[in-house]
Design a protein around this ligand. Structure first.
Ligand SMILES: NC(=O)c1ccc[n+]([C@@H]2O[C@H](COP(=O)([O-])OP(=O)(O)OC[C@H]3O[C@@H](n4cnc5c(N)ncnc54)[C@H](O)[C@@H]3O)[C@@H](O)[C@H]2O)c1
Ligand SMILES: [Zn+2]
Length: 344
């Protein structure tokens, strides 16, 4: 027998440039000197997408139907087939314009097309701007579970143009607030206290408060991903609400929006962990108009079975990230009997 060791070179990943502001889109053309640009967009923001890339020569425009069901391998296959048909190469750049659905799906395509092409993310939802587009996690749903096939593919740049939020319905602002509350509650106590003061102004999309909120959330996430981009330790905390939330979302057939699902998830996971300051987090979720209770349509044993497929699980235990104090978190194992005995 002969054994050799191959030590791959240290992974050299270029830093991601994140541009936040009212005129952030003006930075886009300079980032796209590629031979060919593919523009992947959520069909409901087609007008935004066309305007954003109006200065480009002959981009390949690919629309994707709205909704989380489009985060699928079928869409990956359809998009890559179109790119191959159009003669895209390793020098092609993919621009993803839409919410977390598009940035997760398009980021994944960028990671696997010819083993990787650069991508630029242009989030158009509050949730996308503060969370989904930041940090390089990409995924599609598979096997009846959320985000089961994916990669960590850091984008070349993220363009957070706050004017794109003007067309966003209030219900989608609430969805984004779920991830903002999550980030503040588990990572950043001063930001959480700021939110307690300012959440109404952000929900009303008051310009300065919204900008400050987005910048603070992005900064907290950037610090976390810089310390751990592969969910080895501190990034796991950003899964607060997601063990229960992803199960609720998958069981709804992806009809329950992600923010609503993780709001329910945070509330239940805090109840299971006995976190003393849970009422402060719940108060913010309530103010944001987010749901807190498990949908009665799903039996708890079915939810538990879905939670058992969670990526954080180890040695058969179902695990969740929960705050210990505001701004600090830990990973705990959830108890099946306690979960099944929760009211209602
Ligand atoms: N990769 C990550 O780190 C990460 C983090 C958090 C969430 N996510 C993922 O993000 C997804 C949720 O993202 P989302 O809430 O942005 O959902 P989404 O992309 O489905 O967008 C929500 C809705 O808003 C519409 N929309 C988008 N931009 C709009 C605009 N400017 N004006 C009007 N309507 C607009 C969309 O058509 C859609 O109907 C989930 O799949 C979740 O798993 C990923
Ligand atoms: Zn999430």
């Amino acid at each position: 027998m002969h054994t050799l060791t191959l030590t791959p070179p240290a992974r050299s990943v270029a830093p991601t440039r994140i541009v936040i502001g009212d005129d952030a889109l003006s930075a886009l053309p300079d980032l796209l000197s590629a031979e060919r640009t593919v523009v992947l967009f959520d069909q409901s923001v087609e007008a935004i997408a066309k305007k954003a890339v109006s200065s480009l020569q002959n981009p390949l425009m690919i629309g994707v139907p709205s909704g989380d069901a489009s985060k699928s391998l079928e869409q990956v296959e359809r998009i890559t087939a179109q790119m191959l048909g159009a003669g895209c190469t390793r020098k092609t750049v993919i621009v993803c314009i839409g919410g977390g659905m598009i940035t997760d799906l398009g980021g994944f395509v960028a990671g696997v097309f010819m083993r990787g092409v650069p991508c630029v993310l242009v989030p158009t939802t509050l949730l996308g701007m503060v969370d989904a587009a930041i940090g390089g996690k990409t995924a599609v749903n598979a096997g009846g579970s959320k985000n089961m096939i994916g990669s960590v593919t850091h984008p070349k740049a993220v363009i957070v143009d706050l004017t794109l939020l003007q067309s966003l319905p209030a219900a989608q602002v609430q969805q984004g607030m779920a991830e903002i509350i999550k980030i503040a509650a588990i990572l950043d106590q001063p930001f959480f206290e700021w939110l307690e003061e300012n959440i109404d102004a952000v929900l009303a999309m008051k310009k300065e408060k919204t900008e400050e909120c987005v910048i603070r959330a992005v900064e907290a996430k950037v610090r976390t991903v810089e310390a751990d981009d592969h969910d080895r330790d501190v990034r796991l905390l950003l899964n607060f609400g997601h063990t229960v939330g992803h199960a609720v979302e998958a069981l709804s057939g992806y009809t329950l929006p992600h923010g609503s699902a993780i709001s329910i998830g945070m509330n239940i996971e805090m109840a299971l962990s006995g976190f003393a300051d849970a009422p402060r987090v719940t108060a913010l979720l309530k103010k944001a108009g987010l749901p807190l209770e498990l949908p009665s349509a799903h039996a708890k044993k079915d939810l538990w079975a879905a939670m058992k497929t969670d990526k954080k699980n180890e040695d058969g235990s179902v695990r969740a990230a929960v705050p210990q104090h505001i701004g600090e978190g830990k990973i705990i194992a959830l108890d099946e009997r306690v979960f099944l005995s929760l009211k209602p």
